[in-house]
Design a binder for this molecule. Sequence first.
Ligand SMILES: Nc1nc2[nH]c(O)nc2c(=O)[nH]1
Length: 465
Amino acid sequence: MSPKSDFQPAAPATDPASSRLWIKNPLDVFTANGLDARGGIVVSDGKIAELVPAGKRPSAPCHETFDAGSHVLLPGLINTHHHFYQTLTRAWGPVANAPLFPWLQNLYPVWARLTPDSLELAVKVALAELLLSGCTTAADHHYLFPAGLEDAIDVEVGVVRELGMRATLTRGSMTLGEDDGGLPPRSTVQRPEVILADSERLIGKYHERGDGAVIQIALAPCSPFSVTREIMAESAAMAERLDVRLHTHLAETIDEEDFCREMFGLRTVDYLDSVGWLGKRTWLGHGIHFDNDEIARLGAAGTAVAHCPTSNMRLASGTARVLELEAAGVPVGLGVDGSASNDASNMILEARQALYLQRLRYGADVPVERALGWATLGSAAVLGRTDIGQIAPGMQADLALFKPEGLRFSGSHDPVAALLLCAADRADRVMVGGKWRVVDGQIPGLDIPELIAKHSAAAQKIISG
Ligand SMILES: Nc1nc2[nH]c(O)nc2c(=O)[nH]1
């Protein structure tokens, strides 16, 4: 039976500061902080104005109500690591069974054929998929800038704004080509001065600071085997000067660890330290192969980790030591990783994967709520944000509402646990900054069949050359 709802579709409020929406009496709620919001929450001016305890009403009148009696209410999920462009190369046969290095070596020449149009479609598919899975903020690591696609990040900004999400767009880079002992072909690397100039331009043009930021820019030399030490050090210096975050892949595979030893004579964390990256500004994609001493050093430095369980299983990269990282003080969030190594952009399913992978490592008493915590508050900390990732007064009204209904939920009891244990894969409603961006499981205004048709054609073209 569908719930009774007196929700009015998102017409712009005449006086947004005074308009109050009560998302009322959810079936269940996970606030990520232990606060009681079983009576619902009040949204006003794009933020969470009030939590309503069980059995109570809001402290002041509300102009609208949305009856959430059949919804589980979560903070909007936050994805900390992706490569949006890779939706064009999902489940590609030649690398379906390959580990990271050969996977990359086969894919680089394909990705070198990206164009502004194909990137735009790829980003739209990735973001639409994320949004429909309850994700409200996503970080992307874009590191391919072939001729004609110098404005890749500008293209991404346009799509993020169109879908009404938040994003941390990282200006990736590759400078260490095959000829110099790196992994990527020469055609995919850029000159450092080009990278640095574009990075500074993007920060000046798009980077928003403070609560409610929609677009943030971070600097992201790709990985130890694809960049020079110089671009790592220069990016760190720019990040310090312009006060933005730093992102890279680190400790993803044993091949990478071997590369660092052979190329730099260092283990990965020593390498990170040697280029000025061991600090609070930095979050690392994957972060799997650390020894005890390295975990302690990362924790002391406040360096964060984006845990990407599905990709790590798909590429057989290893299992991140998430509980030990957190115990040492490392902020940990979740990332779906690029769609060529996941191959889904689904944040609620990623939380399930994280739960199960970490249970395999640490035992069945890793709670469901801990995995939801990585996908919300943990991920917010990884991106350096204190205004999202939890349901609390003053936070941005970024929310994901799931309906545990249908065959896969039939017979389930605890609604929050059921989201992960019964494999919820689609949100019914998603709100970003007080605006509904998913309504009844759909993105208003987005023609998904048309998007799939265009995206599939672009995917075919990039593979065919
Ligand atoms: N999982 C991934 N790891 C990477 N390392 C690197 O240099 N690029 C990638 C990537 O795209 N995915």
